[in-house]
Design a protein around this ligand. Structure first.
Ligand SMILES: Nc1ncnc2c1ncn2[C@@H]1O[C@H](COP(=O)(O)OP(=O)(O)O)[C@@H](O)[C@H]1O
Ligand SMILES: [Mg+2]
Length: 262
């Protein structure tokens, strides 16, 4: 089930990515619709982070190409924002919360320019949106995991981009942060933004996302959530991964699950 959209905001064509010559993503072809909340899912090691990093130009691809807004990343960098996976960030770096969020403005400032008052106002407004305004002078290292994640989202918001990539923003955060992030995603969608989120909970994915991409080294499916969430496709993605199959069985029992057996 690979649904292609006309006029996509993200286009990935025949993408193969390797580490030390060992491919971890094979021949991925997909297009994503503008203005949607999009979940990228698959088991651990499926290549989710690799896909996002390659789209963001942080890893070289062995074959294929990526287009954003129909253009190369370099032409549209200002319009694209990336929130890396929390574990990949050095949280001991001595920097305050407001400074982290101001980093989201650097692309707009140009080299060597100091942030203006208007940039500070935008940074504060973004901190307010994630409920972290009171922490603006705190060192980032002193925050909890959920608070760090919120600050990272504020930094992405401060960039005022059109297309966002977030790598597992819900992993290892408290329920309050999860709710705050969900509200934020809804607001972003209302403003016509496109948000691509790496996520690993099947149950909430059904609620959160309009569109789902399922990966397991290859692209298994990409389409509207209701079309992709079938027993067949999920089995194909997760194979024998026990916990996921248990989750799946629970979903099936609740009858929340469209069955499309041919
Ligand atoms: N820097 C790296 N060097 C070598 N192998 C890597 C590196 N990063 C990821 N991998 C491997 O690539 C595969 C995909 O990783 P990743 O994209 O992080 O998966 P996911 O985000 O879906 O859990 C995994 O097998 C992982 O071990
Ligand atoms: Mg990952």
């Amino acid at each position: 089930m690979i649904h292609q959209v006309s006029n996509p905001i993200v286009e990935v064509h025949d993408l193969t990515v390797s580490y030390n010559r060992k491919p971890v993503l094979w021949g991925v072809d997909l297009t994503l619709p503008k203005g949607a909340l999009i979940g990228v899912m698959g088991p651990n090691g499926a290549g989710k982070s690799t896909l996002i990093k390659t789209i963001m130009g942080l890893l070289p691809n062995q074959s294929g190409f990526v287009k954003l807004f129909g253009k190369s990343l370099d032409e549209v960098r200002e319009l694209v924002s990336y929130v890396p996976q929390r574990e990949s960030v050095d949280w001991d770096f001595p920097i305050s919360v407001i400074e982290v969020v101001l980093m989201g403005r650097y692309g707009k400032l140009g080299l060597f320019k100091r942030p203006r008052n208007s940039d500070r106002e935008i940074a504060l407004e973004c901190l307010r949106k994630v409920g972290m305004e009171a922490f603006q002078h705190r060192q980032i290292s002193q925050l909890s995991g959920g608070q760090q994640q919120r600050v990272f989202l504020a930094r992405a918001l401060a960039q005022k981009a059109e297309l966002y990539f977030m790598d597992e923003p819900f992993t290892g955060v408290d329920a309050a942060t999860e709710n705050a992030v969900v509200e934020l995603l809804k607001e972003m969608k209302q403003q016509g933004k496109t948000v691509v989120v790496v996520h690993h909970d099947l149950q909430s994915a059904k609620e959160y996302f309009d569109w789902i991409v399922l990966l397991n080294m290859r692209l298994v499916a990409s389409g509207k959530t209701e079309d992709v969430f079938t027993a067949e496709i999920l089995h194909e993605t997760y194979g024998g991964k026990l916990t996921v199959l248990t989750e799946l069985a629970a979903l099936l029992r609740k009858g929340e699950y469209p069955s499309r057996e041919k």
